[in-house]
Design a binder for this molecule. Sequence first.
Ligand SMILES: O=C(O)CCC(=O)C(=O)O
Length: 316
Amino acid sequence: MNNTTERQQTAVLPENSAMEPEIAHDIKKFERDGFIGPIKLYEESEANDIMRRLRAKNHDRRHILYDNKMNYDRHFDIPELTEHLTHPLIVKYLRAILGTDILLWRSEWFAKFPGTSGTEWHQVRDYSYTDGNPLIVPTESGWNAYIDLTVWTAFTPATRETSCMRFIPGSHKKFYYDERKETSAGRVGLYDHTKTDSGFFGYNFEDFKIDPDWDPEKSGPIDMEMRPGEAVIFTASCVHGSTPNRTERETRLAISGRYVPTHVRVYPGLDKYKAHGEEFDLTQYATVLVSGEDHYEHNKIRAENNHGQKFRRYGA
Ligand SMILES: O=C(O)CCC(=O)C(=O)O
């Protein structure tokens, strides 16, 4: 008997889904699997060029939002990320799945250095795994609709050897992990920086498993190898992880952008939060409207990055 929880996520597209015919087939696959990719955003030579500039600018931290080890939200101080995370092709896909009114709420760097372990299997709904507080809360649709999408773009080759993403197709329709469970690993005060290269960046996602015997490796995982400049779009409710970097000298770098419809409250009621052993002061934080309008006004929105450069809005 399959004894994973029977709680179903009935993820459905919203009423204001903006489906362009040329991506309708991809969106069908996304609905079935919980992810879609690889999607080519850049020629490899262009991706390599962006990569070189990201590397150089990563070290200039004068205009950064939070100066800590996590490198979150660098779209506010690195113009290449201001541009990349509002890429029209990304937003075209997001509009089909999240509807026309969309906020970018977070960006992250995922570097896998030679010899480092893969990212542990995980399934995320509201990011409360970090310190127990939900970081995104929908105000319109239920918990089982699409409320958060990640766009993960490779800027170096992402192969089984260098570390590629892995997914369990269809796993977004069921809860295999429950982030609201009590755990000690990785939580405030207990974070161990020496463990960031194990499991889930200092957390142990196994702690959240609903059925401790459920084995993702036996649930049909797929490995998605990608070229520089290609992206995969997924709901974090789809169980995902990555392979270890088994090379001796090839770092894999990917940038993740995370997006929500405007009805979602981001960091509700919080002026700071803790994640992966770091504190994030939200005083300068805001979301970015990448498409449509914000009729809710739940969240602060910034129109410009820290250099005064405007964020691109789809169709504007
Ligand atoms: O890059 C990785 O290894 C993991 C990325 C991930 O889990 C995410 O973007 O949500």
